[in-house]
Design a protein around this ligand. Structure first.
Ligand code: CU
Length: 223
């Protein structure tokens, strides 16, 4: 059964793995909890008119069951914490050296992609902007300066499991490294007005040679 869209990054696969870890741990806790609620009801022999007490007695032996449950829950939470922390750290708290830098600006209702131009530097005179069309090289670290012009938007690359809110007046730099060539969707994941659902773009992940040709085309360089 396929639940997630095809992944195009290593980070994406790690996040998927994390999803299943959390689902399993929380799922087991859920099943045990529901069982503990329902089992006494269906095996109950006393009259329904009698008021029930939570605990019949508070002996040490009975309390041990409560402590055991709390301990298991704590272990489950710690397991999730230690599994997710390295992924969180690499996604959110590190910024590896970039091979390429671009800026994505969200506005009602489109994505403006700013390429650095032939000099490779963003925010210089030769920058070139495109609408809803993002071309990135495969297996390269890309830094993205994410911004919004008018209201809050959210850059969502479902295949990369990447989502970042963008706010007017603020530049958020995130990194991404894609390992699969192809065409993937870019969408907005924050209700941003009447045209929100139409705020879509295309992400093209290309081999280095193909990508360089595309860049030359976008920059208007004839060979
Ligand atoms: Cu939007």
């Amino acid at each position: 059964m396929k639940i997630f869209p095809e992944s195009n990054s290593q980070t994406g696969l790690e996040i998927d793995h994390l999803f299943w870890v959390i689902t399993a741990v929380v799922g087991i806790a859920f099943v045990i909890t529901v069982f503990l609620f329902i089992y006494p009801i269906i095996t109950r022999k006393r009259k329904w008119t009698k008021k029930e007490r939570y605990m019949i007695d508070t002996s040490h032996k009975k309390r041990m069951w409560i402590y055991a449950g709390m301990f298991l829950l704590l272990m489950g939470d710690l397991y999730i914490l230690f599994t997710e922390h390295p992924i969180w750290h690499s996604v959110e708290q590190t910024l590896p050296e970039p091979d390429f830098k671009i800026a994505i600006v969200g506005k009602q209702w489109m994505w403006s992609i700013i390429y650095p131009g032939p000099d490779g530097e963003l925010y210089t005179d030769d920058d070139v902007s495109a609408v809803n069309e993002l071309h990135l090289p495969v297996n390269k670290v890309v830094h993205m300066d994410l911004k919004a012009l008018d209201v809050v938007h959210s850059v969502f690359l479902p295949n990369s499991r990447f989502k970042q809110d963008v706010l007017p007046g603020r530049t958020i730099t995130r990194w991404i490294k894609l390992n699969k060539e192809g065409k993937f969707p870019i969408t907005c994941a924050e209700i941003c007005g009447i045209g929100h659902s139409a705020m879509k773009g295309d992400l093209y992940v290309e081999s280095e040679t193909k990508w360089k040709e595309t860049m030359d085309k976008i920059y208007g360089i004839k060979k």
